[in-house]
Design a protein. Structure first.
Length: 134
């Protein structure tokens, strides 16, 4: 099993996307089986565009994302500033998502810790899901 991570703390979401995608491609050399995406709340208006860009560019089987107050990657941590981090794995990782190839948990009013998520399927607009758990 191989893992790679990347972090970018630009206030420009496109720069963060470009940096993380290029960095991960250089580390793994082939498409990952799973990608874990974390985007700070500074980009809350761009979540749908960010998740679509990563999904389109990574060619991974499963992409799971979450909004975050702080992010980690490459042995670094960033809190209270805009940024995106990406952790990816390949070889021997089998994930069977029940809700499609992309799940994005959002910190938003009305959503608890197990709260809600936005689901993005290729060619579709993001919708919302709610957990039945408290």
């Amino acid at each position: 099993m191989q893992w790679a991570s990347s972090i970018s703390v630009s206030s420009n979401p496109d720069e963060n996307i470009r940096h993380c995608v290029d960095d991960i491609r250089n580390q793994l050399k082939s498409p990952p089986d799973i990608a874990l995406l974390f985007a700070t709340s500074h980009f809350s208006r761009d979540y749908e565009r960010i998740q679509s860009a990563f999904y389109d560019q990574l060619s991974c089987k499963t992409l799971i994302g979450c909004s975050a107050g702080g992010i980690i990657g490459e042995g670094k941590e960033a809190e209270g500033m805009p940024g995106i981090s990406l952790i990816e794995g390949r070889k021997g990782i089998r994930i069977r998502p029940k809700c499609g190839p992309f799940l994005f948990h959002r910190e938003a009013p009305g959503f608890g810790i197990c709260g809600g998520a936005a689901l993005l399927l290729p060619g579709k607009r993001a919708g919302s899901l709610r957990s039945s758990e408290p």
